[in-house]
Write a protein that binds this ligand. Structure first.
Ligand code: ZN
Length: 251
């Protein structure tokens, strides 16, 4: 009888040990499943693969009414991700449908980058650009491409996509598309144009980790989320834009 109880006991113990081992083996699988689960639908985040995330900032032309103004303590918003390896190199594809010269496109984009670079002690962009007529928007290749092209939605001025690591929240790439459906140029010369420096300065704010601000009372800041033809207000950074930048990259 004693032996039998002993055998049953050791059998039960074996079952118990096995089930604990099995359970502990299941846990990492569940964790991985959680990592692979899609991002919340309210978020603009589009899951690409399990260790990189992508967020798209889509810029619509300003509608007639954008709702009631709300109070905000600050007129900047951080995305919660930033570059850790600086300076950021970018690639310009100067091909456009508006007859803009190579010099105009390249000089405007690099001075837009310098608008940000000059406001922080970090060397953010440091005029690190190359020109590549083959560079494309939306390809996750660790190349920061700025291109003109067609966007399927008519009232979208531009899109900046930012890829970052889930762990460490480190930006690893941005791509920018300027919608060819708009006529681009220098709005200080012709206010019926979409000002390239205006939009570029705003979009480059996303590329370093600043989010859009939609509060009406913040409409003069560079990171205000709406724009339209003739707008040049975003060319110059306002205090909130600079505060946001410096909170990430230093004074
Ligand atoms: Zn934006």
């Amino acid at each position: 009888m004693k032996m039998k109880f002993g055998a049953i006991f050791s059998f039960l113990l074996t079952i118990l040990v096995l089930s604990v081992v099995t359970a502990s083996m299941i846990i990492p699988v569940n964790d991985r499943a959680k990592e692979n689960s899609p991002a919340p639908s309210k978020s603009p985040v589009i899951g690409e693969n399990w260790n990189l995330e992508r967020v798209d900032f889509i810029h619509y032309a300003k509608p007639d009414s954008i709702g009631k103004p709300t109070k905000a303590n600050t007129c900047y918003k951080l995305m919660g991700v930033k570059w850790k390896s600086l300076p950021v190199n970018y690639i310009i594809n100067p091909t456009n449908q508006d007859g803009l010269s190579y010099d105009f496109v390249v000089n405007t984009i690099s001075s837009s980058a310098e608008n940000w670079d000059s406001q922080t002690s970090s060397e953010l962009f440091n005029n690190n650009y190359v020109v590549d007529y083959n560079s494309q928007y939306g390809v996750q290749d660790y190349k920061n491409s700025i291109v003109f092209g067609n966007y399927p939605e008519g009232n979208v001025i531009g899109v900046t996509s930012v890829w970052y690591t889930r762990v460490g929240k480190e930006i690893v790439e941005f791509d920018m598309l300027l919608n060819d459906n708009y006529q681009w140029g220098d709005a200080t010369v012709d206010s019926s144009l979409m000002d390239l420096e205006n939009i570029m300065t705003h979009e480059l704010g996303h590329s370093v980790g600043l989010a859009d601000i939609y509060t009406d009372s913040c409409s003069s800041v560079t990171m205000y989320g709406y724009s339209n033809y003739g707008d040049i207000e975003k060319r110059s950074l306002e205090n909130p834009d600079i505060l946001g930048l410096q909170s990430m990259y230093g004074i």
